[in-house]
Design a protein around this ligand. Structure first.
Ligand code: FAD
Length: 279
């Protein structure tokens, strides 16, 4: 049970959503955008947030788009992980969606919620960081479409009142050679100890990570090492550990030392598989 009353708004357009946010703010009320609601409801129940209003974006047509046109795949922020996985449009993103939570929750958790929520893993960001994706945002200052990496720095950098509308993935990435490796402590659907996601463009391996640090990231220095074929796979994997943006993350699922051990082994076997033509 949620132990307080709140206003529920379900706008039909982007402008209506933003207008209602502004109106609530001018009335001194706090509002959050709402998609799957799994995180918002849990946090309201536990008392860690207490919004005066939620603005449900699932009735906004632009937020539920899932289509390919001549050059790009467009995915609305309110699309569920299961819809994205089942569409099979972008297999690498489908693999990420298929390993977050269980099937019931995948039918509820949205792409925008995974990217903009507080849970640190944000695993759908990894394929987007690698694929030259763009993202469309809407807010009180209007609409903007920008490279995903311009507004995602471990977490979404949104302006006040702004929300995610769609991501756009170029067609080269949809069928590109790729790998998705998620290591967990217990169950297959657990939070990741380490997630290594790779996408090749013109023979160059791009790689993004989460679980190993407190936020998802992609690093040019790490990619340079991973693609340095003058070094053995083991040496490259070991060198990556020295290039992490922060010390390995530790929690009850696994210590930082254990996560580093898992990452090194995962990278070494990924590189070997890639070089032996198994990927
Ligand atoms: C059982 C379970 C297991 C999970 N396992 C994993 C996992 O393994 N890996 C992982 O990465 N995550 C995992 N998660 C986390 C999950 O992806 C996030 O909690 C996500 O926020 C839930 O999405 P939602 O659509 O329900 O979000 P909501 O509860 O609707 O929203 C969450 C937050 O995102 C904001 N938001 C939602 N949509 C938008 C938008 N379009 N624009 C701007 N802000 C928006 C909301 O305002 C709110 O702050 C798990 C969650 C559950 C319940």
């Amino acid at each position: 049970m949620i132990p307080f009353d709140f206003i529920y708004c379900r706008p039909d357009s982007l402008k209506e959503a933003s207008d209602v946010y502004i109106q609530l703010r001018n009335e001194g009320k706090t509002a959050v955008y709402y998609a799957g609601g799994s995180e918002i409801i849990t946090m309201c129940r536990s008392g860690s947030i207490r919004p005066d209003a939620v603005i449900d974006i699932k009735n906004i047509p632009e937020c539920t788009v899932l289509k390919i046109d001549a050059q790009k795949l467009h995915i609305g922020a309110a699309c569920t992980l299961n819809q994205i996985k089942e569409s099979k449009f972008f297999p690498l993103l489908g693999l990420a969606c298929g390993r977050i939570a269980d099937h019931t929750n995948q039918c509820r958790i949205s792409l925008g919620g995974n990217l903009c929520g507080t849970i640190i893993y944000r695993e759908t960001s990894l394929p987007l960081m690698l694929s030259d994706a763009d993202i469309t945002l809407y807010g009180p200052e209007g609409q903007r479409t920008v490279p995903f990496l311009a507004v995602f720095n471990g977490r979404m950098q949104l302006k006040a009142g702004e929300f995610a509308v769609q991501v756009h993935i170029p067609d080269w990435a949809l069928e590109a050679r790729c790998a998705h490796i998620k290591r967990t402590a217990n169950e297959k659907i657990d939070y990741p100890l380490v997630n290594v996601t790779a996408l090749w463009k013109d023979g160059f391996m791009r790689a993004a990570f989460c679980g190993i640090c407190s936020h998802p990231f992609r690093s040019g220095q790490i990619e340079a090492v991973l693609n340095d074929r003058s070094l053995s796979c083991d040496v490259r994997a070991e060198k990556v550990l020295g290039l992490l943006p922060e010390p390995p993350y530790g929690d009850v699922e696994g210590s930082g030392k254990y996560r580093a051990f898992i990452l090194r082994n995962t990278l070494s076997s990924l590189l070997e598989d890639a070089e032996n033509g198994k990927i």
